[in-house]
Design a protein around this ligand. Sequence first.
Ligand SMILES: [Zn+2]
Ligand SMILES: [Zn+2]
Length: 192
Amino acid sequence: MSRQLTFSDVAAQRTLSEMTVTTAVGDDTAPTTRAGLLDRARQHAATVAADHFPALPVERIDWEISERTQRTAGVTTYDPQTDEITISLTWDAYDSQGWEQFSETVRHELIHAWQYHEPGEADHGRTFVRWTDVLDTSQHCERFTAPKWWLVCEDCGGRTARYRRSKTVRNPEQYRCSKCGGSIRVKEGGGH
Ligand SMILES: [Zn+2]
Ligand SMILES: [Zn+2]
């Protein structure tokens, strides 16, 4: 009862498995561009603010991406002259943490924005702490350290951050890209 696969069967199968991979990877719709990250952060902040900070004019917050290597994943600033609140997100932090973890930073900064707007003083004190559990974020501005090394796939260009001199960093030739099986090279971190 064996049936030989024709060429088009094989082609169809390959397309199918490629599609499965694409769907799996794109599943959480993690933004892949700076504009995408800004949109996603803005959207997330609007949802959270609608539930918890209804008086905060969240649509007036200025969002920007910082390309500088900042020490934190996000920074919120307030200009008392113009009443303008700016939330600056660090691209490198997002790039190595992924959206799920990075969204904590968005919520953390949103609490600061609310503090500027309402209690009028942004810190990590009492008015901050009452929100950390509710919003599932941390009291401390997360220190962000740029990864020391990147494992870069020669084929698909996928990058993975490494903070320690792990086995993969020492012997990249013994490892393969988990996405495409391509060979891996090690790139020094820092800068872009
Ligand atoms: Zn903070
Ligand atoms: Zn790859």
